[in-house]
Design a protein around this ligand. Structure first.
Ligand code: ATP
Ligand code: MG
Length: 563
């Protein structure tokens, strides 16, 4: 299970489990599952559910299954199954040999449906979808019985078998549970258990042309697997009486369903359907676009599994709908992890050339730099220095205001780890743009201090022109301009709130030579610019591409202090 974390803090689900263990329920077993539908990539909301389910299994020395809820043959793809497995693994969790599919239970579900028919608890209905809706009633009015509700058991058995055998066209008949059309809970008004769908299924091929509904498959799948605590999100609360009814009618193992509030995160969306729309309409490049709240997008952006697990723990689980979580908290969790682990390096995103006129033409010196002041074990590295260096264009002002402490004509600053330099001359092109600075250096200031302990107000990062490596750098902003993307103008949807400036690509950046063989797994801090990682998809040996994972400014920490 997850690497080395201690037991998570208690919450109402843990209290329920503690009580169950005290009373000896389920023979002291704790068995959970994470049941994604393979119809899209997992997002940070799923991560909450994964950390919760696998975390419970870890802390109670129980088990957690990975089960694909693949009851809908139309929208499910192998690509999604693979991505889901990769994401769960990457988060640090292991389902061992318990990789299951609801489709593995189709035969058992069919037999159970036959049993319900024999017990007079299910019937074949000839009403079409629209009629079923009409007969269902509303929240304030009871439903009406279908004219086919009182078919004989023999007739139902015959029709159901012929449904399975493919004798009827799609949508012409359904199997329904026979419960109560007047129930105040609409889910109990004879819900549909099977629909006819002549469609090829990813795993069962053409074997079936009737498919169980989620409502019929889900609880029974949990029961078959011996799940003790079926943890799910609140929208299934009203389905719980139905799930209970099914297992009671069948007389099989009865998992206990516990609902918790879905994660909602500001400035982003949490629905696979909507995320798919962003991809299909080209608002983002792909499911793993670093702006996406998908686990694969976060990974590509440079999020660490640790930071996501930490986030899941901090937001906790609530029984009722929480307010929306601020995305700044997620970023804060990443920053905290990277602060401890990222290697500090120098990268110039908007280079301005500096020639140090009194530094020998061919000389190269190497300066030792600490990799991570937070962790001595990360050691040091050597960085080359020469007569020409790049500094950040924004670190120079020809006519600086009082509070500007960086380089200006006649001003002395420190080049980090290297020397003090003083600006002597500004060189411009014909249009008046600054193209180069001429400086001098103080040879006495080697390593960044002078014998006379002279002080300078500014320390700049830099790279040596002849040693630096060119790179593209991608900066990201929120995917949506509004905290609540669904708050769209009349007649428009959430895509109207997509932030058109969520991606900035900087080319011609220069980074330390040591980064030429960086990999995606290297956690980096570009001094003064934030945390970065190599883009695992678009970076090549010819053109390095770095993603900014998160900036340095901790907006969450700030808010906490103010609050
Ligand atoms: P979406 O609405 O994004 O398509 P879903 O609920 O349809 O999500 P499933 O594949 O059915 O996606 O979800 C698998 C598990 O993840 C379920 O147990 C579900 O409750 C949980 N889950 C999905 N979204 C969230 C969320 N935002 N917060 C917490 N858990 C979630
Ligand atoms: Mg779903």
């Amino acid at each position: 299970m997850a690497e080395t974390e201690s037991k998570a803090p208690s919450n109402f689900i843990r209290e329920i489990i503690d009580r169950d263990l005290e009373t000896g329920k389920n023979d002291g077993r704790v068995h959970t599952r994470f049941p994604p539908e393979p119809n899209g990539y997992l997002h940070i909301g799923h991560a909450k559910s994964i950390c919760l389910n696998f975390g419970l299994a870890r802390d109670y020395k129980g088990k957690c299954n990975l089960r694909f809820d693949d009851t809908n043959p139309m929208k499910e793809e192998e690509e999604y199954v693979e991505s889901i497995k990769r994401d769960v693994n990457w988060l640090g969790f292991d389902w061992e040999d318990r990789e299951f599919y609801a489709s593995d239970y189709f035969e058992q579900l069919y037999e159970w449906a036959v049993k319900l028919i024999k017990d007079g608890k299910a019937y074949v209905d000839d009403l079409n979808a629209e009629e079923i809706r009409e007969y269902r009633g509303t929240l304030t009015e009871p439903g009406k019985n279908s004219p086919h509700r009182d078919r004989t058991i023999e007739e139902n058995l015959d029709l159901f078998e012929r449904m399975r055998n493919g004798e009827f066209p799609d949508g012409s008949r359904v199997l329904r549970a026979r419960i109560d059309m007047a129930s105040p809970n609409i889910n109990m008004r004879d819900p549909v258990m099977y629909r006819i769908l002549h469609a090829r299924h990813n795993r069962t091929g053409d074997k079936w042309c009737i498919y169980p509904t989620y409502d019929w498959a889900h609880g029974q799948s949990d029961s078959i697997e011996g799940i003790t605590h079926s943890v799910c999100t609140l929208e299934f609360e009203d389905h719980r009486p139905l799930y209970n009814w099914f297992v009671e009618q069948l007389g099989v193992h009865h998992p206990q369903q516990i609902e918790f509030a879905r994660l909602e995160l500001s400035h982003t969306i949490m629905s696979k359907r909507k995320l798919l729309k962003l991809v299909q309409e080209g608002h983002v490049a792909s499911w793993d676009d670093p702006r996406m709240p998908t686990i694969s997008g976060l990974r590509r952006r440079g999020y660490t599994p640790k930071s996501i697990r930490d986030f899941a723990e901090r937001i906790g689980v609530a029984k009722r709908r929480d307010s929306v979580v601020d995305i700044a908290l997620l970023e804060h969790c990443l920053r905290e992890d990277l602060n401890l682990r990222a290697r500090r390096v120098m990268a110039v995103l908007d280079p301005l050339k500096v020639t140090i006129e009194n530094y020998p033409e061919d000389k190269v010196e190497e300066f030792e730099a600490v990799n991570n002041p937070e962790n001595e074990a990360d050691g040091t590295r050597m960085i080359p220095f020469s007569r020409e260096v790049y500094i950040e264009r924004g670190d120079f002002m020809e006519d600086p205001p009082k509070k500007f402490f960086r380089l200006a004509p006649g001003r002395e600053v420190r080049l980090k780890h290297a020397y003090f330099v003083t600006c002597k001359e500004v060189i411009k092109d014909n249009d008046g743009n600054i193209v180069e600075l001429i400086c001098t250096y103080d040879p006495e200031s080697r390593g960044g201090t002078t014998p006379d302990k002279r002080r300078v107000k500014g320390t700049l990062h830099w790279v040596s022109v002849r040693h630096a490596v060119e790179a593209d750098v991608r900066l990201y902003d929120h995917l949506f301009i509004k905290a609540d993307p669904n708050d769209a103008p009349e007649g428009e949807d959430f895509t109207a709130n997509v932030n058109k400036e969520s991606l900035t690509i900087l080319s011609g950046c220069r980074v330390e030579p040591g980064l030429a063989d960086a990999t995606h797994d290297d956690l980096l801090q570009f001094l003064r610019h934030g945390y970065f990682c190599l883009d695992e998809k678009d970076s090549t040996a010819e053109r390095l591409v770095f993603n900014r994972s998160v900036g340095l400014r901790d907006t969450w920490g700030k808010m906490q202090k103010k609050g």
